[in-house]
Ligand binder design. Structure first.
Ligand code: PLP
Length: 390
């Protein structure tokens, strides 16, 4: 993802960037590119609104703003995600509460979420990890039943669909997307939110533009930051968005071929293919040993890592120190997110989760190489054997 051959940036993006530079207008307040990107995104997803912003983290911040927690309110989310899911909760002075995950795919366990809903819970923030749909129908029903906002983090899940075939990002109040370098499509850094809720869209648009109600002159109606996407980014993102269906289709073809090649291999749980967008290719080793397997695969030239994170986010060092100045606000008076008990997440990250980098430009030869290396490594281990595989 850091090499030209691993991305789909080509003549279309060059032309888009050139068009913007020649126009003399690089700012989306007065330009046309970001608005065109928003139209293309709302058409692609069938959403009432789409708003471009400066990053996936900014998109998630806008979504938390739309959910409007009071300071000290709680947002339930997963400990296996990018920190960009969690930082916006803190930035709105709300408290992240980590729920444990489903050990079969690392996505939020709706029953664990339900157990944590309390009087201060305001929203559920679900992540579709690695491109696999979270159990979003159950989370949606839970949110509706308890009067909570549901936010979907689709940064890794462009064009992911639910088992019922519905696109993820359309199940709650806001769906959030990232255009960072490592995502399915990229403009370096960028984000998009989609929503059908007019009031949520108004709040998010204002927050992304310093609370500036441009129709009312130089007038500020609320707190906001500058999360605007630039015209250069938007033009490149627009060209990338047109390539997205091809990117996802290519990833699906090769990832599904790998799943077929690995079927019947002892000691691994294969990912469910339905609706998966394959940001990464995840494997679960119920008997453990993912770190040793990842090391062995890397020796064979396969870009594999164990655990995805150094530690699940409930164990991140951030909870040990102050958050604002010398203060731990908004955590004062409540338990720390670091106190959360998420045994499934902890075991996945330390022992059972293996991810292989995936890419739209992989060929059948790449699939064969990954399948061969995995088969060699796993066949050497006794079925069900615990501990190091190498
Ligand atoms: C990448 C990512 C983010 C943050 O997006 P940025 O564009 O890097 O700010 C948030 N959540 C998930 C799940 C991500 O993968």
């Amino acid at each position: 993802m850091t090499e030209p051959d691993g991305r789909t940036l080509g003549d279309e993006e060059v032309a888009a960037a050139q068009r913007v530079i020649r126009s003399g207008m690089l700012n989306s307040v007065w330009g046309t590119e970001a608005r065109a990107l928003e139209r293309a995104m709302s058409e692609l997803y069938g959403s009432g609104h789409a708003i471009a912003c400066s990053s996936g983290t900014a998109a998630l911040h806008l979504a938390v703003v739309a959910a409007a927690p009071d300071p000290g309110d709680e947002v339930i989310t997963t400990p296996i995600t990018d920190f960009g899911t969690v930082a916006p909760i803190l930035a709105q002075n709300a408290v992240p509460v980590f729920a444990d995950v489903d050990p079969s795919d690392g996505n939020l366990d709706p029953a664990a979420v339900a157990r944590l809903i309390g009087p201060r819970t305001r929203a559920i923030l679900a992540v579709h990890l690695f491109g696999a749909s979270a159990r979003i129908a159950e989370l949606r029903a839970l949110a509706a039943d308890r009067g909570l906002a549901l936010i979907e983090d689709c940064a890794q899940a462009w064009l992911t669909t639910t088992p019922g075939g519905e696109p993820v990002g359309r199940n709650g109040l806001v769906g959030c997307f990232s255009l960072q370098q490592w995502k399915h499509i990229t403009c370096g850094d960028g984000g998009l939110v989609i929503t059908d809720d007019d009031e949520a869209a108004r709040r998010m648009r204002l927050f992304a533009d310093k609370g500036w109600d441009r129709a009312a002159g130089r007038s500020h109606v609320g707190l906001g930051l500058n999360y605007r996407m630039t015209e250069l980014s938007a033009a490149v993102a627009g060209a990338q968005l047109a390539k997205l269906p091809g990117v996802v289709a290519a990833r699906r073809r090769t990832a599904e071929a790998l799943v077929e090649a690995l079927r019947g291999l002892p000691g691994v749980v294969l990912p469910r293919v339905t609706g998966h967008a394959w940001w990464l290719f995840p494997l679960i080793l119920p008997g453990g040993g993912a770190p040793a397997l990842a090391a062995r695969l890397r020796e064979a030239g396969i870009p594999a890592t164990a655990g995805y994170l150094e530690q699940p986010l409930n164990h991140a060092p951030v909870w040990d120190g102050p958050l604002y100045g010398t203060s731990r606000y908004p955590l004062t008076g409540t338990g720390s997110p670091g106190d959360a008990s998420c045994p499934h997440a902890e075991r996945l990250v330390s022992d059972t989760l293996l991810v292989v980098n995936w890419n739209e430009n992989y060929t059948d030869e790449h699939v064969k190489a990954v399948a061969g290396a995995l088969t060699d490594a796993l066949s050497d281990a006794q079925p069900g054997e615990r501990g190091p595989i190498a």
